[in-house]
Design a protein around this ligand. Structure first.
Ligand code: GLY
Length: 401
C-alpha cells in the first residue's frame, strides 16, 4: 500500500493499493470522522488517513523531492470505524463501472454504516454537460443530501469532473472523495481539484477548483480496465514522464511496464502531479506545464465531437506540440523524435486528422487563452518542459505539421 500526501489548501491523501474497494466504507469513515469540510485556505493534518492519531504522513510533494513515497499504511482501525458519523454517500458512477463494481463498493459503504444513494450516468464525455450537471444537482436535492454528507466520485475522469463540480456547487460546497476506477483518473484527473463540464464552445469551460478530501486507487480495479480506455491513461503517464521524469520515460520503453508495476507507476505519477499542484494549486503559472499536449489535444477532442478520446487526443497533441517545439528551437529534433517514438511504440495513432487552420480555430476558445495569447507547455528535453506564450495570429504556423 502506498500513500501520497497532497499539500494543497485542503490537504489530503491518495491511497494506492490492491483490494481497497472492499475497505472503501472504512476509509470513508476515517474522512467523515474528521468533521465538516474545512474552509478554503485552512490546512491541517492529512485527512482520511487510516493511520492512528499519533502517526502522520510527512508532507510530501512540496518540491523537495520527486522520489516515490514508499510509506506503508494500514487500513482503518476498528476504533476509527466505530466512530463513524454515518450519514449519506452520494455515489456517482457510470453504467460500465456500476455493472462491474457497483455492488462491491455499495456493500462496503453499507457495511460501514452509510446510507447510499446512487446516480448512474452514461460513460463518455457527453455526460460532462450542463444538462447532466443540473440533473445531478436536482438528484442530490431530491435525495436530501446535506452538508454533512459526502459525494463519492466512483469512476474515471468524466465521473470525477462531473461529481467534483456538483460537490463544489451543491449547497455551496460539500465533502468530496474520489475513487479512481480508470488509469487516467488514478494518474491525473482525480488529483489536483480540477472539476468541470464542457460547453458547446469547448472542453472544461465551466468548472471549479474543488479539492477532494481523499483519493482511493485500487490497483485490482484499475487492472480490470483494458484496451483503449487503459490507453487513455497511458498517454497521461507518458506526459508526466516527459514533464518531470526521464527515468520513468526510459522504463516506459519496456513492454508491459505499466501493467506489471501499476502501484509504483500510479504513485510516481501522483507524486509528480502533487509536486506541481502543491506549488501552484490554481494554475497561475507552473501548473500549466501539466497541460502538455492538451492545448492541441482539447481542440482535437472537440473537432472529433469527442469520438477521439482524451488520451488519444493528448497523444496526438503531444506529437504536434513536440514537432512545434523543435521547429521553434525550444527542443532538438532528436527530443521531438524520442517523444513521437515512445507514443508510437505504445500504439498511439499520431496522424492528426485536422489541418492547422481547424486546430487553430478550435484553440481560440481554449481556457488557457488570455487576450491574444495562448500559453503552450512545450518540451525542452525529456524530463523538462517550459511555458511558451504564442500569439493567436501565429497559431496556424505553430501547429502546422
Ligand atoms: N490535468 C492537468 C491538471 O490537472 O492541471
Amino acid at each position: 500500500m502506498k500513500t501520497i500526501y497532497i499539500n494543497t489548501s485542503r490537504p489530503y491523501n491518495v491511497h494506492i493499493g490492491a483490494g481497497l474497494i472492499h475497505q472503501a466504507g472504512a476509509y470513508l469513515n476515517a474522512v467523515v470522522g474528521e468533521g465538516l469540510v474545512p474552509s478554503r485556505g485552512q490546512s491541517g493534518r492529512p485527512q482520511g488517513s487510516p493511520l492512528r492519531d499519533n502517526e502522520t504522513h510527512p508532507p510530501h510533494g512540496g518540491g523537495q523531492s520527486l522520489r516515490p513515497n514508499e510509506e506503508q499504511c494500514k487500513p482503518p482501525s476498528p476504533r476509527e470505524v466505530a466512530r463513524s458519523a454515518g450519514g449519506s454517500i452520494a455515489l456517482i458512477t457510470d453504467t460500465n463501472v456500476n455493472r462491474i463494481h457497483g455492488d462491491t463498493i455499495t456493500a462496503s459503504l453499507v457495511a460501514a454504516g452509510f446510507r447510499v444513494v446512487k446516480y448512474v450516468t452514461r460513460p463518455g464525455e457527453g455526460s460532462k454537460s450542463m444538462t447532466n450537471l443540473a440533473r445531478l444537482l436536482n438528484f442530490l436535492a431530491e435525495e436530501q443530501v446535506t452538508r454533512t454528507d459526502t459525494i463519492l466520485a466512483f469512476g474515471g475522469g468524466v465521473v470525477g469532473d462531473l461529481a467534483g463540480f456538483a460537490a463544489a456547487s451543491y449547497l455551496r460546497g460539500v465533502r468530496f472523495v474520489q475513487f479512481a476506477t480508470s488509469l487516467l483518473a488514478a494518474v491525473d484527473s482525480s488529483v489536483g481539484g480540477k472539476t468541470g463540464v464542457n460547453l458547446a464552445a469547448g472542453k472544461n469551460l465551466a468548472g471549479a477548483f474543488w479539492q477532494p478530501e481523499m483519493v482511493l486507487c485500487d490497483t485490482d480495479v484499475l487492472l480490470t480496465q483494458r484496451g483503449r480506455r487503459f490507453m487513455d491513461g497511458v498517454a497521461e503517464v507518458i506526459k508526466h514522464a516527459i514533464i518531470a521524469d526521464p527515468a520513468l520515460f526510459a522504463r516506459l520503453g519496456e513492454k508491459g511496464y505499466i501493467r506489471s508495476n501499476l502501484a509504483e507507476v500510479v504513485a510516481r505519477n501522483v507524486e509528480i502531479k502533487a509536486s506541481v499542484v502543491s506549488r501552484d494549486e490554481l494554475e497561475r503559472g507552473e501548473r500549466a506545464l501539466l497541460n502538455l499536449g492538451h492545448t492541441v489535444g482539447h481542440a482535437i477532442e472537440r473537432l472529433s465531437a469527442y469520438k477521439i478520446t482524451h488520451g488519444y487526443a493528448v497523444a496526438m497533441g503531444m506529437a504536434v506540440e513536440a514537432r512545434a517545439a523543435a521547429r521553434m528551437g525550444v527542443c532538438s529534433v532528436e527530443v521531438a523524435g524520442k517523444i513521437e517514438g515512445i507514443l508510437a511504440a505504445h500504439g498511439f495513432d499520431l496522424a492528426c486528422p485536422y489541418d492547422a487552420e481547424s486546430l487553430a480555430a478550435a484553440m481560440l476558445s481554449d481556457k488557457k487563452r488570455s487576450a491574444d495569447t495562448i500559453t503552450f507547455a512545450l518540451p525542452q528535453e525529456v524530463g523538462k518542459c517550459v511555458l511558451v506564450p504564442v500569439k493567436v495570429g501565429e497559431m496556424v504556423g505553430v501547429v502546422n505539421r
